[in-house]
Design a protein around this ligand. Sequence first.
Ligand SMILES: [Zn+2]
Length: 143
Amino acid sequence: MRSPLDQIWLRAGLRDHVIGYDETRQWPKDKRERIFALGILRRREDAEAVQCDACGEPHTEEVIYPGDDGADGLISCPRLGVVRVPRERRQQWEVVAAGLNERAGFGVEISPAYCDVILRRLQESLKLTPVHAVTGEPFQSNP
Ligand SMILES: [Zn+2]
């Protein structure tokens, strides 16, 4: 299984990608917390439909809310009937990354110092060692 960060980078290259709540819950808790702390995911509008997690069959159903009291939503499962869906399961995010918004790439070119900041944050937050693409040498950020 790919690491959560690998999954995020792969997704960042796709237009109109989203990362759903259920997917983020499969990430190890410490990694999930670090990824959200990095601010590389931006909340999108909640999903209209979620995958049923009650019957074991892969099917996606629209979530309905019988009242407006903040209670859980409901989906209709062909096998089990009405299934409760906690509100947070509709949450979804998009990756805010260079390839997606076409801004960070220019920023790096204009200001190498900003590149240092990004790499230092990645090193500290994710315990990654950035490697220079041409030389293969570990990157030494300037403090
Ligand atoms: Zn079902």
